[in-house]
Design a binder for this molecule. Structure first.
Ligand code: CMP
Length: 136
């Protein structure tokens, strides 16, 4: 049965800064994702706080929000069969050193904070996160 899903992906500041935007987009398209929409933006700290609200009680929340707002990011809507899980598999583990060979975070991630990409973790959050960046 077909299960075409949309998920939100972010190319984080560390990757944009290293000019990895096109290489990372290529990894998505080579793995069957359609980039439905994308834009390069810089968000404010308060926008980052809203975006990562699910993590507000975590000890790393403040650093995380400072980091995501520290430079340009590329936000994308990705579409594929089972896009949410497929994207998580392609990104690899949150910690680049634990990520499997061939994943984006293994290839490009620097640290748990500078792990190059974000991806929605559930269908519900994908809808919320897509709506956060692409309201129209
Ligand atoms: P991301 O998928 O964008 O979701 C939240 C981010 O918090 C995560 O990637 C990491 O970059 C960052 N982070 C920093 N410290 C931790 C931690 N201890 N556990 C999980 N995520 C962390």
């Amino acid at each position: 049965m077909s299960n075409l899903e949309k998920t939100l992906s972010i190319i984080k500041p560390d990757a944009v800064e290293r000019n990895l935007e096109n290489e990372i987009k290529g990894m998505f398209t080579n793995n069957g994702f359609n980039i439905v929409k994308n834009k390069k933006i810089q968000i404010s700290k308060s926008e980052a706080e809203q975006f990562y609200k699910v993590h507000e009680t975590k000890p790393f929340y403040n650093d995380l929000c400072n980091y995501l707002s520290s430079g340009p990011i590329v936000v994308m809507i990705l579409e594929k069969e089972n896009a949410i899980q497929e994207n998580r598999d392609l990104m690899g583990s949150t910690k680049p050193e634990d990520a499997a060979e061939g994943t984006i975070r293994k290839k490009y991630g620097i640290s748990i904070d500078k792990n190059s990409v974000h991806g929605s973790d559930s269908l519900e959050n994908a809808k919320i996160e897509i709506n956060f960046f692409f309201k129209d």
